[in-house]
Design a binder for this molecule. Sequence first.
Ligand code: C2O
Ligand code: CU
Ligand code: CU
Length: 466
Amino acid sequence: WAAEDPHAGHMTMATTETPPLLPVGDLPTGRALPALQKLKNQSNPAGQFQATLTAAPRTVQFKPGLDTVVWAYNGQTPGPLIEIYEGDVLEIRLVNQLAQPTTIHWHGLPVPPSQDGNPGDEVAPGAERTYRFALPAGSAGTYWYHPHPHGHTAEQAFMGLAGPLIVRSRLDPLAGMPEQHLVFSDLKLGADGKVVGNNDMDWMNGREGQFVLVNGALQPVITADGMQRWRLWNMCNARYLNLSLGGQPFRLVGTDGGLLEHARAITQLLLAPGERAEIVVMGNSEVSLQALAYDRGMMGDAPPPQTLTLAKVTLSGGATRPIPSHLRQITPLSPGGAQKRVVFSEQMNMAGGVHSMTPLVNGKSYDMNRVDLVSQRGVVEAWSLVNDSDMDHPFHLHGTQFQIASRTRNGQTVPEPFLAWRDTINLRPNETVVIHVVQPQAGPRMFHCHILEHEDRGMMGILSVV
Ligand code: C2O
Ligand code: CU
Ligand code: CU
């Protein structure tokens, strides 16, 4: 499979034009938001969760009568919802029925490195393996899983392989509030019904399709009776979602790694690729859930950013109750160990009259045989994440949740008004974000840009935790 890799190396990319796309009006809209299918626990003893995820091609019809081949976990895209509790032990058998190697990475969870689906730890076509790990106390939050094979993460994700995972706490202050789950994914469909492969522009800017789906549906209808807790996942390869509910305020109550200390009233929420959030919505009106135009600095002749309608929302008043004023305690991490600097940059190349861009971390492309950074297990460190480029890049680190300590943009301090646990943080151009982070387990961990095209093209490094 390496031989036919169209983006092997990182300088030359095959020039692939985009075939005619399916017109946006061709997909049906307006059905009720499909509920996510839950992965069924095959095990009886309490505290154990056992199940199989089979990655395989499957034919679906986004447009009635037009076949589309997707790659799906257990035939579902988005993949089935894994719902578990803090303290549970998970055993997930991955069966690979794809024609290429794959892995499952548990984005955001403190999974031992050997169980975290790292690139280089692939399951061959036709083979299988079981991932086994326990979920520690304090890990309640909104996570996801997706493939992470060397060089093919973007492709496997845009073909449909990604699914949500919720870790619940038995002491959840919002328990009992009705929940709604919204998985956002991006779809680029050809007029022939095929999922379109990436062209040069996609490899440079990150891929965006003509459709953004919510739980696999285009512009579904969401009905919220009273107050609802929404969990949001941005599973798009590269699309930023600057979410708005028609300007209506809603409450941010959680980020990647679970609840905030206090609910915060906001009217807009930027979810970079890979990020998740929990919000509480209420009110009495019909609004659109929109992704407002957001300029992430795409290069070349990319179209200007547009506002998209993601869903129609009917908020129907109903019973509300106050959100508890204290959701949980987040203790600030205080760094005592080494400091690190991670610089995202882009190297512009010109070959045969064609511009291309190579995304780099600390001036280098990913090398699976090179350790880029070394951290000591259990020691809190301060990392300066620097975006020395003209495009936004979402930084992601495996194996732990971190806190933002400070942020400066063009030399000016940008206040960071609240503590939160995150595993993915957007870096705007000319921005430096300092995070405080500690790795609880030894072994190799990946850090990378979560624009998956950038990650596949080398905007990734290896942290060795010793
Ligand atoms: Cu969500 Cu290294 O990935
Ligand atoms: Cu991850
Ligand atoms: Cu990037």
